[in-house]
Design a protein around this ligand. Structure first.
Ligand code: DGJ
Length: 730
């Protein structure tokens, strides 16, 4: 049960496992006290031991404030570290001095105006709002904290209202800031690039700033909006881990600052580079939500908190908890070169193999025969699809398949009717080159007229045919960023206003088409974040479908995101990104750690491979509930060795599927054993592939033999089923 107890200026948020404490100093400033394992005693003198003996040190307006661990530091009254809130007032002054004015507690999880936010429809959370004011500017800052029953996550956000008489420029508004008492931490980030997204990077903290950000207009493949601080020695199963994730899809920053007293300030929020927001009197600015996870059972423990959060408090709609259709996408099979006949052929083969949905990718609209044209002109190309979209959708449905369609709604090609009619509808700056990426420009989603066009264009197609799924793509970063409609002093608001515009379009479309399954995509995984997941329960992990690469990509992704969010498909070998020839079995084993589908023309398979594929699809179908919604546990990291392993365990521990992939074979190797986790120790499990019955304890302590076939990229799969009627070995 989550609860929030307020006593003598001490705020204690806790659930069954975790506590988060802060207190108000004598002059109303919030000081961070503790975050970690649940503390039982409510009248503990701990905070006084540490703070009150030195209360005079922390008086406002003394430089000693720099020694005080804080909750939401501001600049200009003694703390010289990075502020969570930085402003410029109308007179050019920059100091802010917050003082608590009051608080309230509610069992209802608040929404955040215009932004995605975690929800709780079952009363399983408590939210604390604490209001602060700055007497000089008149700014009112409300800090929101939610503690959940079912996961060890604190949701934080900040609302800044201008209750003063003059406009204030917001220069930096972090969603959360936490001062940890020492610097003995390692920083973990998910960093990479196109086709190698979310690689796990780990480094010890050093004095000064470190962290990750994005100024690309998308949350980015370069750095996911996430970081973790872990104690040295923390591994998948042991040690303390603190996660910081942002529910946002645009520019962000996540940083750790080690100051001169060797404390660590962790912050996450909007990137303040190229950002400024003019807040007129009476206006309110809301920062995106930050999700702070804690675990003392290693990185798997932290991931389990995030997975629960995503499944129960982030993804919405009909498909949130439902099975996802196994899909067949034509992109890698045809790119732009298709017509209706070819598409129907590919779909038919997919149906025969047991797939459930066909998705038509890029190239069906305008005169788009390559990526140089037509984005923005969302009218069906009747040369390729003579029966129109509804004709194709009907034919696919008659086969017994669902039908899905690709869009890239936020973009415009210079060679398009839309651009010719509205050249000022794209992001740009006056008299500057409109930098193209993939021969396209980004529509200015900060404009209401552009948002309306985008929404209507997508809705018109969805209304015109029976479409069950949308792949919402976005294939370039934003540069230069500027809007023709905003005045000069508001140009630095464009990137955030873009996100607000996009979120409102997504809110409307997902509400208007509740039966459509939306999958987000951005050149693969350039926008794989909690913000997009609020609207679309799954996201395409990467344009790199090579099984060996996907092991790393999906392993890194799983640090925050459950497998039900990870778009993963079996594709052709040799792989078109890496040229690697992975066995079909490995490609299947890796893709089933995600939403599962195929990205190829099955006609490329020989008769044996086709038979194997039919059997594979039938097998994954038979285990789909476990695979999609079981608890995912990482066992061996591909970032630390040449073998990766993970398992998915049924929540009641009655079954599990274990996968191991040896990426690189070595000669004369020792015999490896893979120790499992998360099983019931006394339950007897039949390991189907080995035809043996072992107890959970034996599987977790002794393990399973890893005997790979010769060669690189070989996989092993073990299916564990609890023995009926005798689940104890006693
Ligand atoms: C990028 C996506 O990640 C691909 O899957 C594909 O949809 C292409 N765009 C199409 O242009």
């Amino acid at each position: 049960m989550s609860e929030i107890i307020v006593q003598n200026g001490l705020f204690h948020l806790r659930n069954g496992r975790m506590s988060y404490f802060f207190r108000l100093t004598g002059d109303g400033l919030p000081a961070h006290v503790y975050w970690g394992e649940r503390l039982e005693r409510l009248d503990s003198p701990l905070d006084r031991l540490f703070f009150e003996s030195r209360e005079s040190d922390y008086c406002h307006n003394t430089l000693e404030l720099e020694k005080l661990p804080q909750e939401y530091p501001t600049w200009g009254h003694g703390d010289l570290r990075r502020g969570a809130l930085e402003v410029t007032a109308a007179d050019g002054s920059t100091a802010v001095d917050l003082c608590c004015e009051g608080y309230s507690i509610t069992a209802e999880k608040p929404t955040l105006a215009g932004l995605p936010a975690t929800f709780d429809r079952e009363g399983g959370s408590r939210t604390l709002s604490v209001a602060y004011a700055d007497a000089v500017t008149g700014l009112r800052v409300t800090l929101l904290y939610t503690v959940f029953d079912d996961c060890d996550v604190i949701a934080r956000s900040a609302r800044v209202e201008n209750a003063g008489p003059r406009a204030v420029s917001l220069e930096r508004v972090m969603s959360a800031s936490v001062d940890l008492i020492d610097d003995r931490w390692e920083l973990i980030t998910l960093s990479g690039a196109w086709a190698r997204e979310r690689m796990i990077d780990r480094r010890p903290l050093k004095p000064g700033f470190q962290g990750v950000d994005s100024a690309r207009g998308a949350s980015s493949a370069q750095n996911n909006p996430f970081m973790a601080l872990v104690r040295p020695g923390t591994d998948e199963f042991r040690g303390e881990a603190y996660g910081f994730a942002l529910m946002y899809s645009g520019n962000f920053t996540a940083l750790a600052e080690v100051g001169m007293y060797r404390m660590t300030r962790a912050q996450i929020g909007l990137n303040d580079a190229h950002f400024r927001w003019l807040l007129e009197p009476g206006e309110t600015f809301t920062a995106p939500e930050a999700l702070l996870a804690w675990s003392n059972t290693g990185l798997n423990g932290m991931s389990a908190q995030y997975h629960t959060l995503v499944r129960r408090h982030v993804v919405r709609g009909r498909y949130a908890q439902a099975q996802r259709p196994f899909l067949l996408n034509n992109w890698e099979a045809t790119t732009f070169n298709f017509d209706e006949e070819k598409i129907l052929q590919i779909a038919r083969r997919g149906r025969e193999a047991g797939l459930e949905m066909f998705v038509l990718d890029d190239g069906w609209f305008g005169h788009r025969d390559d990526d140089h044209s037509s984005l923005g002109d969302w009218t069906v190309n009747l040369k390729k699809l003579p029966h129109g979209m509804n004709g194709l959708a009907d034919r696919i449905h008659w086969m017994g398949l669902k039908f899905g369609l690709w869009f890239e709604p936020e973009m415009v090609s210079p060679d398009s009717e839309l651009y010719r009619a509205h050249p000022d509808w794209c992001l740009h700056q006056p008299d500057r080159t409109r930098t193209e990426g993939r021969w396209q420009l980004t529509l200015d989603m900060s404009r209401a007229d552009v948002c309306e066009y985008v929404e209507n264009a997508v809705a018109a197609i969805l209304d015109s045919a029976a479409i069950d799924y949308v792949k919402w793509d976005m294939n370039r970063d934003m540069s230069p960023v500027g809007s023709a409609l905003l005045p000069p002093e508001r140009q630095a608001e464009t990137a955030h206003r873009y996100m607000l515009g996009l979120y409102s379009v997504l809110e409307h479309l997902t509400a208007r088409f509740p039966n459509v399954l939306f999958e987000s995509c951005a050149s693969g995984g350039n926008r794989f974040d909690l913000g997009m997941m609020y609207y679309m329960p799954q996201a395409w992990c990467s344009d790199n479908t090579d099984a060996g690469s996907r092991v790393l990509i999906q392993y890194g992704t799983s640090l925050v995101f459950p497998q039900s969010t990870m778009g993963a498909h079996v594709s052709h070998a040799p792989n078109w990104q890496t040229g690697r020839m992975s066995p079909l079995r490995t490609r299947v084993d890796v893709a089933m750690w995600g939403t599962f589908g195929y990205e190829m023309d099955l006609a490329e398979l020989d008769a044996d491979q086709l038979a194997e594929t039919r059997a594979d699809i039938a097998w994954v179908k038979a285990h789909r509930d476990l695979l999609l919604y079981g608890d995912s546990i990482r066992l061996l990291s591909p970032f630390e060795g040449d073998t990766a392993a993970w398992m998915v365990v049924a929540p009641d521990r009655s079954a599990a599927v274990v996968t191991a992939v040896r990426l690189l074979a070595h000669a004369n190797e020792r015999r490896e054993r893979l120790r499992l986790a998360g099983l019931a120790p006394e339950t007897r499990y039949r390991v189907e592939e080995l035809d043996v019955v072992l107890t959970g304890q034996e599987l977790m302590r002794f393990g399973l033999p890893l005997r790979f076939a010769p060669g690189d990229d070989q996989s092993l799969r073990f299916t564990l089923v609890a023995e009926q009627g005798g689940d104890s070995c006693q």
